[in-house]
Design a protein around this ligand. Structure first.
Ligand code: FAD
Ligand code: NAP
Length: 345
């Protein structure tokens, strides 16, 4: 074998060229996210915003309550400093059970990077009231208790009226972002419930943002318990009718006709477009919502030989054993790849 000084094998010029092409292709497919600002307003020094809109945004009469809440942050460091996909913080007034001021709660931005006003002055989110019967969370709690449980911040935010002041912080998050040049990629957005929030901002940014509608292929898959729980449904439906490159898929988990989760829906429709979409190295997956959706989707990708770029499988997990993957082990050893953005909890 021909050897260069230092004992390294000399690569043929052709191999060099091939290597550089390979690197270029890999780099081109890894989304370039551009600059992002974090914590322009820190939780210790929140700023005052003012509510400018609060509207219910479910499809019909549901047992849940979800509102689109918009807050004017003009004149604060938060104005103009956020990007679609990031979150902002809200601090509810009052104290928690330990007598400490309430901790900040994060809410995904539901607006494009230019805000609801096009000038970066109005942020918005999609907030669901946490309402339940009390269930003991720790061993030392009274297990006969079952009074009404109301989440502190979600109900505070939903109760606010137009003109009310609210303490806000942020922005937070540095990876769940659209690429700096959106035209270089195609998109698969997967949401469960209020996980739709960032996609309401991103899809508007792509299709209605400055510079004209993005021509990339965009698939949005939205999972809710009932059709009445669909959020911004009419808006996405109208957008799908207007833009041939945008498709909107509703997945209903408690339907009388078909009970399905988003991952199973994608798998069932693999040969109706999802395989082609996912096989294309331009495609970026974004998923937001319930934690369980992440492992479900990874299993579907693994079963269908579509892991490349989307999943990073570390030791001791092996791709060939994917049918036996344990969800707890997956959390440790299966991570999002460069073309997969995840916001779940
Ligand atoms: P809390 O008062 O904090 O109560 C919830 C807590 O109480 C739970 O964590 C649990 O410990 C406990 N609990 C829950 N149920 C019960 C029960 N039945 N009995 C007893 N205890 C119970 N939410 C949205 O609605 N929209 C968003 O866009 C959004 N984006 C988010 C983005 C990020 C990055 C993160 C981290 C969270 C996001 N959330 C979003 C969730 C949000 O931050 C809050 O966690 C949520 O609104 C609940 O807060 P809360 O103050 O109303 O409830
Ligand atoms: P929801 O209306 O209850 O809808 C969730 C849907 O997902 C239901 O249809 C549910 O089905 C289904 N589902 C349950 N387990 C699943 C799994 N393993 N895989 C796929 N689908 C599954 O949702 P929600 O109450 O709004 O809750 C949404 C979650 O997203 C919350 O935890 C919220 O805090 C989180 N969220 C996160 C962010 C973020 O991180 N940036 C932003 C917004 C929201 P069944 O109920 O019928 O089983």
């Amino acid at each position: 074998m021909d050897r260069k000084a230092g004992g390294r094998p000399a690569a043929s010029p052709r191999a060099d060229v091939r290597l550089s092409i390979l690197i270029a292709v890999t780099d081109a497919n890894t989304p370039e996210l551009g600059d992002v600002q974090m914590h322009a307003v820190r939780p210790k020094e929140p700023v005052i915003g003012r509510v400018v809109a609060s509207e219910p945004c479910l499809n019909g009469r549901s047992a849940s309550f979800v509102r689109h809440v918009a807050i004017d942050v003009s004149g604060t460091p938060l104005a103009g400093s956020f990007r679609a996909g990031q979150a902002f913080g809200v601090i509810a007034p009052g104290e928690d059970s330990r007598g400490k001021p309430h901790a900040v709660r994060l809410y995904s931005l539901a607006c494009p990077s230019k805000g609801e006003d096009g000038e970066g002055n109005v942020v918005s989110t999609t907030v669901k009231r946490v309402i339940d019967e009390y269930t003991p969370q720790k061993g030392d709690e009274d297990d006969s208790a079952h009074h009404l449980f109301l989440g502190v911040c979600s109900n505070y935010l939903c109760d606010l009226r137009i003109g009310d002041e609210v303490l806000v912080t942020g922005p937070a998050g540095k990876r769940f972002l659209l690429p700096a040049d959106p035209s270089l990629h195609d998109y698969l957005f997967i949401a469960t419930g209020t996980g739709i929030a960032p996609f309401y901002g991103m899809v508007r940014e792509l299709l209605q943002g400055p510079g004209g509608p993005c021509q990339s292929r965009i698939e949005l898959v939205m999972g809710t318990p009932y059709t009445t729980d669909l959020i911004y449904d009419e808006f996405f439906d109208a957008l799908a009718a207007e833009f041939p490159n945008f498709n909107y898929h509703r997945v209903i988990s408690r339907s009388d006709i078909r009970r399905e989760y988003v991952d199973r829906y994608i798998e069932r429709n693999m040969d109706d477009g999802f395989r082609e979409h996912l096989s294309d190295s331009r495609t970026i997956i974004y998923m937001c919502g319930l934690e369980g959706m992440e492992s479900g989707l990874y299993r579907v990708l693994a079963r269908n030989g579509l892991t490349e770029g989307y999943m990073d499988i570390r030791d001791p997990m092996k791709l060939e054993d994917h049918e036996n993957w344990d969800t707890k082990d997956m959390k440790r050893s299966v991570k999002a790849g460069p073309r997969c953005m995840v916001e779940v909890y």
